[in-house]
Design a protein around this ligand. Structure first.
Ligand SMILES: [Zn+2]
Length: 76
């Protein structure tokens, strides 16, 4: 299964993971509530997954503007 990491702020594709078996625990998904899971993770029709993360650029912008930090997530 492909897991695509996409920046939730600018839509930049951060990376793709190819996993035969997705270990949600390893990925830290088990720390999310069901609600968070549905908002961060999208399942595509082809069986791949998209995870909303923050890219380096947006992370840097957030660090420069700590006021925005409340909108950042713990998924990096
Ligand atoms: Zn970004």
């Amino acid at each position: 299964m492909s897991i695509h990491y996409v920046c939730r702020h600018c839509g930049h594709k951060v990376g793709t993971l190819e996993e035969k078996v997705v270990d949600t625990e390893k990925l830290g998904f088990n720390h999310l509530t069901n609600e968070e899971r549905t908002s961060f993770i999208q399942y595509a029709e082809d069986g791949s997954m998209s995870v909303n993360v923050i890219c380096e650029d947006c992370q840097e912008a957030l660090e420069r503007n700590p006021d925005f930090h409340q909108y950042s997530t713990f998924i990096q």
